[in-house]
Design a protein around this ligand. Structure first.
Ligand code: PLP
Length: 388
């Protein structure tokens, strides 16, 4: 019996080390990693620049309280502001905390504007925003909320893609709409660019804030720094996490001037959020992601992966139903059982992860090369053949 609380059905394998797109198991096997800690290891495993940063910073300073100025935090916030829609950033440690902060910021904005009745947030079926109580009930996944009542109120949910239902759900109590620019756990469902444009317009017309959860699809994974950038719109609040730390726990909430206006000293905080060790790593992740050509490689390898997957789909129409996604956030909707498919990938030394709607997710490190994409494609093809 494990001493660990049994909240995960784990595969019985552990890893001793990793480099780039590969993980090495304690029983001396090499695996091609298309999980990346679920979109976390954006620069792959043990990237030299991050290893150097963590070593250097570990000898200088790990943690000081947010009661003091933290130059590394100021630097990371400044770089995020200069390169995105945001005017301010608040740091936390995880995605759930970042979405939770987004909810608080939206409610506080209207409260301070003298409209405390505007405190409800519209969310979408199939969403995932984390496991804290508010983020759990925001997504309202029946499997996830079961047994965790009483319900956290303040969310109104509509079907993904149902424009009429969305319009009908808006009332005098609505403060914001919250949605992932690309639904990750929900099955790699990309919100079409024109729908994001329409959503921004709808929010403006109804005095609502737009919260785009980029915890999974942000930080370069779609081929742009943020996935919503493909549509040209600007949201008001964006929670991020995962890829910004490259494997070190960092969460953050990016906010424009308007949405930030309700937040004053004492309205939110985090003991660990934004400490010097985390911030130095976040800055080093950005050093690489902001390098000229880095995102071009994500687009290039992502397009190549997509086109090769489409070829496999054409060859195996009874196995692959649909290929979805953007950049290096790809999903394959299968006609065969996704868990069986994942098990077969694993037998062939490739790691991937499932999502809703019988999808498998492919989330390789963003530093992936064509050769490594080819390796993945040939394994996927071999697995398809084994189903015949
Ligand atoms: N939001 C999205 C879109 C996510 O994919 C996740 C995690 O998978 C979260 C929020 C929660 O992040 P965390 O597990 O770091 O709390």
């Amino acid at each position: 019996m494990s001493a660990i609380l049994g909240t995960y059905a784990r595969r019985s394998i552990s890893f001793s080390h990793g480099k780039g797109c590969y993980l090495y198991s304690t029983n001396d096997e090499k695996y091609l990693d298309f999980v990346s800690g679920i979109a976390v290891n954006s620069l792959g495993h043990c990237h030299d620049h991050l290893v150097q940063t963590i070593k250097n910073q570990a000898e200088k300073l790990w943690h000081v309280s947010n009661a003091f100025e933290i130059p590394e935090q100021e630097k990371l916030a400044q770089r995020l502001v200069e390169n995105t829609f945001a005017d301010h950033v608040i740091f936390m440690n995880s995605g759930a905390e970042a979405t939770e902060a987004s909810i608080k910021i939206a409610r506080k904005y209207f409260f301070e504007k003298g409209k405390p009745e505007k405190n409800r947030i519209i969310t979408f079926k199939g969403a995932f925003h984390g496991r804290t109580l508010a983020s759990l009930f925001a997504a309202n996944n029946p499997e996830h909320i079961k047994g965790f009542g009483p319900t956290v109120d303040g969310f109104d949910q509509v079907d993904f893609g149902d424009h009429d239902a969305l319009k009908k759900a808006i009332n005098k109590n609505t403060a914001a709409v919250m949605v992932e620019s690309i639904l990750g756990e929900g099955g790699i469902k990309v919100i079409p660019e024109q729908c994001l444009v329409g959503l921004r317009k709808l929010c403006d017309e109804n005095d609502l804030l737009l919260i785009l959860d980029e915890v999974q699809c942000g930080i370069g994974r779609s081929g742009k720094f943020f996935a919503f950038e493909w549509s040209g719109i600007k949201p008001d609040i964006v929670p991020i996490a995962k890829g910004i730390g490259g494997g070190f726990p960092i969460g953050a909430c990016l906010v424009n001037q308007k949405a930030a206006s309700g937040m004053k000293p004492g309205t939110h905080g985090s003991t660990f959020g934004g400490n010097p060790l985390a911030m130095s790593i976040g800055n080093s992740v950005l050093d690489i992601i902001f390098e000229k050509g880095f995102l071009d490689n994500v687009v290039k390898q992502g397009n190549y992966l997509q086109s090769e997957l489409i070829k496999i789909k054409e060859r195996f129409p009874n196995i692959l139903e649909e290929v979805r996604g953007k950049g290096l956030l790809r999903g394959i909707k299968l006609k065969v059982d996704n868990v069986e498919f994942l098990n077969k990938l694993f037998e062939n030394k490739m790691l991937a992860v499932k999502a809703s709607e019988n999808v498998i997710r492919l989330l390789p490190p963003l530093i992936i090369s064509k050769q490594e994409v080819d390796e993945a494609i040939s394994i996927i093809e071999k697995v398809c053949q084994s189903f015949k």
